[in-house]
Design a protein around this ligand. Structure first.
Ligand code: ZN
Length: 139
């Protein structure tokens, strides 16, 4: 069995950002040389997510509005977690709603997506370096 383990690093300019990382992951599948296998992509931080959805217009803002309705960033005093001196209580919750990781099959050397599927990195507490792990295994 072959494997490739790499990290992608992101430092977003704003607190919340949604970044399409499909091309980054496709490049790593090519680099791995694996034709048949599995590709795991996971956020290495508890205030960021990796998820799969469409790149269609408006959808990112809809996700962001939805998350802000469920777990608004402000008032920061609304979160017990922020009594520790942090201000990211909302980001922990958003991360758990949007998920930690995705697994995509690799078939004939390509990510085997359903229609319109794209891989996103979602940052909920940005402006500092954060890592995403990509691990590809197979033959
Ligand atoms: Zn925290």
């Amino acid at each position: 069995m072959k494997s490739l383990t790499e990290h992608l690093t992101f430092e977003t300019k704003s607190r919340r950002e949604y970044i399409n990382i499909t091309g980054n992951v496709e490049n790593l599948v090519k680099k791995s040389g694996i034709k048949e296998g599995l590709c795991l992509v996971n956020a290495m931080h508890i205030t960021a997510s990796v998820y799969i959805n469409d790149a269609e217009g408006g959808l990112i803002q809809d996700f962001d509005d939805f998350l802000e309705k469920l777990a608004p960033h402000e008032p920061v005093s609304a979160y017990r977690h922020n009594r520790t001196g942090e201000d990211n209580g909302d980001a922990h919750i958003k991360r758990t709603i949007m998920g930690r990781e995705v697994v995509v099959a690799v078939t004939k050397g390509e990510l085997d997506f359903g229609p319109w599927e794209q891989i996103y990195y979602a940052e909920f507490d940005g402006k500092r370096p954060k890592r995403v792990l990509v691990k590809i295994i197979g033959e």
